[in-house]
Each structure stands twice: as C-alpha cells, then as structure tokens.
Design a binder for this molecule. Sequence first.
Ligand code: SAM
Length: 161
Amino acid sequence: MSRLDLFIDRMVSQRACLDFAIDDTAALSGPVFELGLGNGRTFHHMRERIVGRDIYVFERAVAAHPDSTPDEEFTILGDVRVTLVQTLEKMGPVASLIHADLGGHNRAKNDAFARMISPMVEPLLAEGGLMVASDRMYFETLTEVALPKGAVPERCFIYRR
Ligand SMILES: C[S@@+](CC[C@H](N)C(=O)[O-])C[C@H]1O[C@@H](n2cnc3c(N)ncnc32)[C@H](O)[C@@H]1O
C-alpha cells in the first residue's frame, strides 16, 4: 500500500466514523472534544454537522486554516498529557464525543502515545458517549464498536462508554 492509499483510507474513515458518531450521540448534550486541531479539517467538519453542543479543541500550537480556528474560549492550549488531566478536574466525565487525531508518520510512536493517553481520555467520556480515534486505544472500561459502512479497518477506531 502506498502512503497515498493509507492517507486516503484515513480521511475516508475519519469522515465515516465522525458522521456515524455525531448522529449516534446527537441526543447527548455534553461537549465534544477534538484532540489535535492540525489544519482544522475534522474540526470544521464537526462544526458544520454538530448542533447544540460546544466543541473544545485541544492543541499545543494552533496553526489551522482561519476558517477552521476555534474561538479562544473553546481552545485548550497545551500538551494533551497535561490538559486532559486538567479538563477532567474542571469538567468531570462530560464529553458526548471525543475525536483524537494526534499522530504523525511514525506508527510505532503513534501507538505508544495512544497507549499513554488512553487512561487520560477514558474518564472524560460521558455515559453513552463515543470516542473516535485514528489509532487503536487501550481502554479498560470502553467497548470497541463496529465500524460504519465506508470506514477502513485499522484506519479508524470507535469506542463507547
Ligand atoms: C494529524 S494533525 C490533526 C489533523 C486534523 N484532524 C485535521 O483534520 O486537520 C495532529 C495535531 O495534533 C497535535 N498534537 C500532537 N501531539 C500533541 C500533544 N501531545 N498535545 C497537543 N497537541 C498535539 C499536533 O500539533 C497536530 O496539530
């Protein structure tokens, strides 16, 4: 598989999983957390489709397209290894949907990072909430959910509380 193939599979899977998760959690009122703003494409997609829920973005350095930059009050700046813990203390287990796309090109590093932050992400999810991740996560209390039509196995993962 070429890197282009992998990239396309990841993008198609992100959209399919996010659309599924947005619909599935629509009845929940808790906020949505976007971990890793990057260019802001997935944030923009969620902002277009999510109604009536706040979207908080976690990012260490905002450098997104201007159309896809969250307002300051919804930007949680810093390393997620710190800000996830702070957010749990401040807000509790409130998130209706968490999307994480924090990885780079090194799959082994991405896996190690996902393993490290899993226990920080897990307690933030509200009852019935979903987590969508580009990397496999290592949760003790969340259940992996079957991927929706259009998503490519191993390119995206969904977990439910
Ligand atoms: C692949 S990009 C996200 C792309 C985004 N989903 C989009 O559609 O444009 C990953 C982002 O995660 C951020 N990131 C990676 N590790 C982080 C960390 N430890 N704390 C906060 N942000 C981090 C990077 O700065 C980068 O902007």
